[in-house]
Design a protein around this ligand. Sequence first.
Ligand SMILES: [Zn+2]
Ligand SMILES: [Zn+2]
Length: 374
Amino acid sequence: MATKLPETMRGQFLEAYKQPYQLCTVPIPEPSHPDDVLIRVDAASYCHTDYVLAEGQMPGFPNSFPHIGCHEFAGTIVSHSARPSPDAVRFKIGTRVGVTGRAFHACRECFECQGCKDPIAEDEKGYSVHCTRAENNGISKDGGFAEYAVVDSRQLAPIPDKLSAAETAPLMCAGITIYAALKRCQLGSGDRVAIMGAGGGLGHLGLQYATKMGFKVLGIDAADGPLSLARSLDTGARIIDARSEKAADVVQQLGVEDGKRDLGEKGVDAVIILPESQAAFDYGMTLLKSHGKCVVVSFPEAGFHMSSRDIVFRDISIIGSLVGSNRTLREMLNFSADHGIRAVAKSFPLSGLNTLVEDYHKGGGGKLVVDMSL
Ligand SMILES: [Zn+2]
Ligand SMILES: [Zn+2]
C-alpha cells in the first residue's frame, strides 16, 4: 500500500445540469476492484464533451450527481487495492500515468472485448475501448477534476520522461482522437490531408502530428483566434481562412502545384472534420479528390447533410473516428515525446475551473488545463 495519504481531497463537482462547478472537500475514494489504482491527479484537461455533458446533452450521463468531470488527465499512482490484479501491480507506486475516458472496467466478455473489428481501436483480447458495458471516468463516473481519482490500470498509459503531466493531460482525449483519425486516413508519405477546424483543441495537435507523419497538410479554420494559433505553430502546414478562400479555388491551386489536369485528381487525399458546422463539412468535401476519405470526428446534434452524388460519382468514403486503442494511446504518447508535440495550453488552478470554462467559451483555440501544482 501507499505512503500515508490525507483523508480528504478537494474536487470540482457538477451538482446538476447547466450549473457552475462547485469546489467541495470530500473523503478520498478508495480503490476496491483488483484492477483499480488510486492516483494523485497532477493535471486535468477540459474537453468539449465536458461542456456537452454539463449541458445535459448526453442523456443518462453522468450516472448520478454530484459528479466530478474530466476524462483526460494525468497523475501519479499512490495506492493499489487490497488484492491488486497483475495488471494493477505492473504500475508501481510513484509511476506517472495518463488516463483516458475509455474504458473503465471493460468487461472482458462482450463482443467488443472478445474481438474488436476496428484495427485502429483493437487491443489485447479481453479489453476494448468500445466495450459495451464499461464505465468512463469523467462521463458516467467520477473523473479528474479532483486531487485524487480511482482509475482502471487497464486504461492507463505510462508517461514518457520527456512529457510533463500538464503536457500529457490534453493528449489523453484530444491527442489520441486526432492521432487515431489521422491513422484512419491511411495515407502514405507525401499525401495531402486537410484538417477542418485546424486551430481548435484537436486541430492544432493534428497539424503537428500530420506534418511529422510526413503528409502535406492544409489547416482550415474560420475564426481569427484559432487561425492565428494555427499559424503560430509554424508546422509547415498551409493555413487557410475559409472566410476568404473558397474551397474550389484551393482545389485549383493544388491541381496546379501537383501538375494535375482533371478535376477529380486535384485536391486532398483525405479530410478530417472537427467542427460541428455544415459549412466546414461542405468545405472539406469540396477539397477532396475523387476516391478520397472524409473522416468525421464531430457529431452535431442535427447531424451533417451529405451529397449522395459525392459518395456515388466521386467515390468519397465517409468514415467516423471515435478513439484509438490503448496500444495506439501509448504509440501517440511516445510519438509526441519524440517529435516535441505539445498542446498550446493555458493553465488554471483547480479552484479556477469555472474561469477556465468562461475562457473556453471565448473560443481562442488550443487547450485549457487544470494544473494541480498551481
Ligand atoms: Zn474528450
Ligand atoms: Zn466488454
